[in-house]
Design a protein around this ligand. Structure first.
Ligand SMILES: Cc1cc2nc3c(=O)[nH]c(=O)nc-3n(C[C@H](O)[C@H](O)[C@H](O)COP(=O)(O)OP(=O)(O)OC[C@H]3O[C@@H](n4cnc5c(N)ncnc54)[C@H](O)[C@@H]3O)c2cc1C
Length: 198
């Protein structure tokens, strides 16, 4: 077979384009729009990952006036019987409301009652942190946003099903996407890597 290799340069290479990878790509472009951001995704970027499979993600929120990040840490700690990374959970809770507002501004639907309050469900021992989110297109919204910001997606959405990013790296070999049954390989020379394969 006559092998062909495309060499691509990236400031940020993201491996795995689920919700974590998509959000990382969007954030990298928000921080510096001039950065070259490349996402390796072995599935189709519009439909890949947990959230495209009905796992209502991105809806644990400390809504100001209703709950607090401090209460979230206390409550989640009880739910996890103390097995919890407290600083990470606190930071997540602190950032949850601005993130939800950002998602809302992108078109993600969080229902409200007639008084304009978000619907909140009690799933934790203390406080209501689970926001109702009715957005079957969440992954598609994230994927379209990252593409509209100029992130480059490599994988089966551009080529054919079954493309896989090699996660094995020895010192001098670049990360690459191979396309089974095809002579094409895309290799990336990157400055930084974010691993988000689920
Ligand atoms: C049953 C269930 C219910 C849940 N309910 C909720 C909920 O109510 N609220 C909430 O906030 N969260 C919920 N979650 C959690 C949430 O859905 C996940 O934590 C989150 O979506 C995980 O995102 P991720 O990007 O880390 O991983 P994933 O969504 O798994 O994405 C990883 C991506 O990496 C790609 N990939 C993997 N390996 C490679 C490779 N070698 N090369 C290229 N691409 C690769 C995969 O194709 C995939 O698209 C739930 C999860 C489950 C399973």
């Amino acid at each position: 077979m006559d092998f062909r290799e495309t060499h691509i340069k990236a400031d940020v290479l993201i491996i795995g384009g689920g919700s974590a990878g998509a959000m990382a790509a969007i954030r990298a472009k928000e921080v510096n729009p001039a950065q070259r951001v490349v996402v390796f995704e072995k599935g189709h970027i519009l439909y890949s990952g947990c959230i495209a499979r009905g796992m209502d993600a991105l809806n644990i929120v400390a809504v100001p006036g209703q709950t607090t990040p401090e209460l979230y840490v206390e409550s989640n700690g009880m739910a996890c019987e103390g097995i919890m990374d407290e600083p990470v959970n606190y930071r997540m809770a602190q950032r949850s409301y601005p993130l939800m507002k950002k998602l809302e501004s992108w078109g993600v639907f969080f229902p409200r009652d007639k008084d304009g309050n978000y619907e909140l469900l009690q799933v934790h021992p203390k406080g209501k942190f689970c926001l109702t989110m009715k957005e079957p297109e969440l992954k598609t919204i994230l994927a379209k946003r990252l593409m509209s910001l100029g992130c480059q997606v490599l994988g089966s959405s551009q080529t054919q099903p079954g493309s896989v990013a090699s996660m094995n790296r020895t010192t001098n070999l670049p990360f690459c996407v191979s396309h089974p049954g095809s002579p094409q390989t895309d290799s990336v020379k990157e400055k930084s890597i974010i691993g988000s394969p689920g």
